[in-house]
Design a protein. Structure first.
Lengths: 359, 336
């Protein structure tokens, strides 16, 4: 019953043991802390870098160009914005060299709201990142997907961006990651004792990694059918995905509605086939994410829907996007944060609106 | 801060090497001047290059451990480094192809400006237009080569104006982490200009190399317009980095003979020292080469580059259908 932080940690361990990962680095990534969200505790290749985001991304590019396989962390995505041109540089190395160079690196960074992180620990990055060609971009909402997507990232010959929804990093999974202890309270306790660093002095601590961890992968570009339904398609990812699932269950149980929820989990490339097939079935669609609503990635998906002749003319309601308010940041006070990004109530409200809409 | 041309009647380098360096300097200059002419003849949209840096770049190119992989030198060069690459054996026709943005341009297939080379088989990282980013990426190859060991080193070259970018400070910090020093030759070719802005108006430090002293690294500032001073400073620095696996910050004072780029006219700047003229004067004084011999070399390369610039007009332009190719490794055609 690993949580997402543990799942990513196990995937990174598998990577450094079996997939040639040479470096997992960033601010406070190495011992003693092992990452501000504990994602890198106990990894033998984890080390602390200077507090220098541009240096971190530049170093990752150089390591990748030299043929090493690294995972670089930016502690919060709020601090990745000053590396945008280097992210662009990583994404264009193959293209500008006409295929000579590739950059097999992974960058991971916590994103989104949900921990009352105020303006500089709550931002989203999916809208900005999906504007940068040459990268593959993933964002899991479950521990098992986090494991499988990280393994896929570590195998990919291109730069990969692993967005960690920070609000979900402590949420435990319902599916067993191949090799992890049983999904029981005892198994959960066992895993914690094996791979979570103790509080206090950690100088003598060594993790005991599950021995049966495997090459389990989630293919980049494949969405997940989180909830099957027939009345409306709701496409989401990251923090808002479990909220969409909750909404689907609530509307089913209380109002008899049938909501299909797709977990996109891979933003680039994305699973257009699953999205379009679902829309053809339900004839209504709502995209939900928490990045700011102007030039939002969901707007791109909306464009695909309305430009696809078959999809557009099969719609029985206006396609909609529910996203974060276009404000400079997420304010700290609870009512401000709740009003700035989609919550269960706003998701429920919008689903009902789409269902009530007459084409 | 520039130094006066040095008058010499004796050289320490042997005659054969001096003749070779001269040949490569002339070849580089003739290539760059051909590129400027191509721009003015509308045979290319933009020119940027390195005439004025030959006395430093050729000695650098001669001493690079050329090859692919960590056992060889990684090169994070800039758009004024044509002399380095010609010295390593690059075909001038390929740079002319990049100037003309033809499909035959082996560096970028018509996608990038001239002198933005990329040669994986020689560890030449794609050269970029934004200044300073090469400092950031050099950290990574430096880290990799530190771990790998051997004699291969990371060489990064930036300009004086680019040292104002944060990446330059990043490189100094990352290269000098206690116990984790990186085998890097960090070079700043200081031409005293950032497009139209003088270095003196922006830099309070006396020498850029002084910034390395704060990190405990070996530093030096040299006259990059002097072939021998450049050659021996590079040699000594490389030997130190290769064996000690620690960084050196080398600042070379050089000229910028045709301004920043075609954006500033690409006209010859007569009040800058021409290192080729200085070198030829000294070669003649020392009896290494005669004026007629040197003129003949110049005429030979002038004709050669002219011929190449005519030939390139016959080569195909990129196919528009190829715009998506290699957005991802090994991928061709539209990918979404």
């Amino acid at each position: 019953m690993a949580n997402m932080a543990q799942a990513i940690r196990m995937a990174l361990h598998y990577g450094e043991t079996n997939l040639g990962v040479t470096d997992v680095f960033g601010e406070d990534v190495g011992p003693p802390l092992g990452g501000v969200f504990t994602v890198t505790q106990g990894l033998k290749t984890a080390w602390n870098s200077p507090l220098d985001e541009r240096g971190i991304i530049g170093a990752a590019i150089g390591l990748a160009l030299a043929g090493d396989r690294c995972v670089a962390e930016i502690q919060f995505c709020d601090y990745i914005f000053n590396t945008i041109d280097l992210l662009k540089l990583a994404g264009l190395q193959c293209w500008i060299s006409n295929g000579q160079w590739n950059v097999p690196m992974t960058v991971m960074t916590p994103v989104g709201s949900g921990i009352r992180g105020s303006i500089y620990h709550s931002h989203s990055f999916d809208a900005t990142m999906t504007h940068i060609p040459g990268w593959k971009i993933v964002m899991p909402s479950t521990p098992i997907d986090a494991y499988g997507l990280m393994i896929s990232c570590l195998k990919d010959p291109n730069p990969t961006m692993f967005l960690k929804p920070k609000a979900l990093l402590r949420v435990r999974g319902k599916e067993q990651i191949p090799g992890e202890p049983p999904l029981t309270p005892e198994g959960e306790k066992m895993l914690k004792e094996m791979i979570d660093a103790p509080l206090g002095d950690r100088s003598k601590w060594q993790p005991r990694w599950p021995e049966e961890l495997s090459d389990f992968t989630v293919k980049i570009g494949s969405a997940r059918l989180a909830c099957e339904g027939k009345d409306i398609t709701v496409v989401s990812y990251g923090r808002t995905l479990p909220l969409c699932e909750q909404a689907a269950y609530k509307l089913h149980d209380e109002e008899g509605l049938s909501i299909e929820v797709l977990d996109l989990r891979s933003l680039w490339p994305y699973d257009w086939e699953m999205i379009s097939e679902s829309i053809r079935k339900t004839r209504r669609v709502l995209f939900v994410n928490e990045d700011t609503e102007v030039t939002n990635f969901g707007e791109h998906l909306l464009r695909r829907v309305v430009e696809d002749e078959e999809l557009f003319y099969c719609l029985e309601a206006r396609p909609r996007l529910l996203a974060g308010a276009f404000v400079p940041g997420i304010g700290l006070a609870d009512p401000i944060e709740m009003a700035s990004v989609p919550q269960l109530t706003s998701i429920l409200k919008t689903i009902r609106e789409v269902l009530a809409d007459k084409a | 801060m520039k130094q006066s041309p040095k008058s010499k009647t004796k050289f320490k380098l042997d005659k054969g090497l001096l003749v070779r360096i001269h040949d490569l300097m002339v070849k580089t200059r003739m290539l760059e001047e051909r590129l400027v002419r191509m721009y003015k003849l509308n045979d290319g949209y933009f020119w940027i290059g390195g005439p004025g840096e030959e006395a430093f770049n050729i000695p650098l190119g001669l001493q690079i451990k050329k090859g692919e992989g960590k056992d060889y030198d990684y090169l994070h060069l800039k758009y004024r480094s044509s002399g380095v690459l010609l010295t390593m054996g690059a075909d001038p026709m390929d740079t002319i192809r990049q100037m003309k943005n033809t499909a035959t341009d082996p560096y970028s297939c018509g996608r990038s400006f001239v002198n933005h080379q990329s040669i994986r088989s020689w560890n030449v990282i794609p050269i970029t237009s934004p200044i300073g980013v090469e400092f950031a990426t050099s950290i990574g190859t430096g880290l990799s080569q530190r771990r790998h060991g051997g004699e291969g080193i990371t060489i990064v070259v930036g300009g004086d104006a680019g040292t104002a970018e944060g990446e330059f400070a990043s490189t100094l910090i990352w290269a000098a982490r206690p116990g984790f020093e990186l085998p890097m030759l960090i070079i700043v070719t200081n031409n005293n200009w950032g497009i139209s802005t003088t270095a003196a108006s922006q830099h309070g430090e006396k020498w850029i190399s002084d910034r390395g002293k704060a990190f405990g690294m070996r530093t030096l500032t040299i006259n990059g317009n002097d072939v021998e001073e450049s050659y021996f400073a590079i040699k000594e620095s490389m030997e130190y980095v290769r064996t000690e696996r620690k960084p050196v910050l080398l600042e070379a004072l050089v000229s910028r003979l045709y301004g920043h780029s075609s954006a500033s006219g690409a006209n010859f700047i007569s009040d800058e020292e021409d290192p080729l003229v200085t070198f030829e004067t000294n070669l003649e004084r020392a009896g290494v080469l005669g004026r007629e011999e040197m003129n003949a070399i110049r005429e030979k390369y002038f004709a050669e580059m002219l011929e190449l610039s005519k030939k390139v007009r016959e080569e195909p332009m990129p196919d528009p259908s190829a715009i998506y190719d290699y957005t991802y490794f090994g991928q061709k055609g539209r990918y979404w």
